[in-house]
Design a protein around this ligand. Structure first.
Ligand SMILES: [Ca+2]
Length: 193
């Protein structure tokens, strides 16, 4: 019974969208301007009520869509790349600050940090020598070989000792890197002449 009702609701929804499309086409072409608009709205209202009524009779088969908010275990802030723009460099140094979100959980510290581009990825180090605190200043180096001039992304992420790694973590923070060719003034002068 539930399945049949489901099917009916689906069929109605599909039929509704077909009629809706057909009426919209008329409307686009200037036919039945006011009429189709009115029809469309009342038809749509009716269908929604009907589909709602059919679906409402169905407490046993219940589907829920979750929108999951992905919250990082570690916030990455103060991101900078050197040099940026890259000015022909073959690699960049990436620095940032990593801070555990859940500072109230005892013993929660930043344990690892990573950075990556489309062409390279790297583990980052704690600038003070050890991952052992709630926040760490981190640094990594990324090769730019194979990256065409233009704007590209650098992603950074870090893990926490009391995080939920393996579920959604690490969550990467994106940062814009401007890949540019070397602007050599001497060379420019030569070409200009
Ligand atoms: Ca440290």
């Amino acid at each position: 019974m539930a399945k049949a009702r489901n099917k009916l609701a689906n069929l109605l929804a599909r039929t509704g969208s077909l009629i809706f499309k057909a009426l919209s086409r008329f409307e686009d072409r200037g036919f039945l301007k006011g009429a189709s608009h009115f029809l469309k709205l009342s038809l749509l209202g009716g269908l929604i009520t009907l589909i709602g009524a059919i679906s409402a009779q169905e407490p046993e088969e219940f589907a829920t869509c979750y929108e999951i908010a992905i919250v990082p275990d570690v916030y990455i802030t103060e991101i900078e790349a050197d040099p940026n723009p890259t000015d022909g460099a073959d690699s960049v140094t990436v620095r940032a600050k990593a801070t555990v979100r859940d500072a109230l959980t005892e013993g929660n510290i930043v344990t690892e940090a990573f950075c990556k581009t489309y062409v390279d990825s790297s583990a980052m180090i704690a600038l003070d020598g050890a991952f052992d605190e709630l926040d760490e200043f981190i640094e990594g180096r990324l090769s730019l070989e194979g990256l065409a001039p233009g704007t590209t992304w650098v992603w950074l992420a870090a893990t926490a000792s009391k995080g939920v790694e393996g579920v959604f973590a690490p969550v990467y923070e994106a940062f814009t890197l401007h890949v540019t060719e070397k602007s050599d003034s001497t060379e420019k002068d030569t070409t200009d002449r």
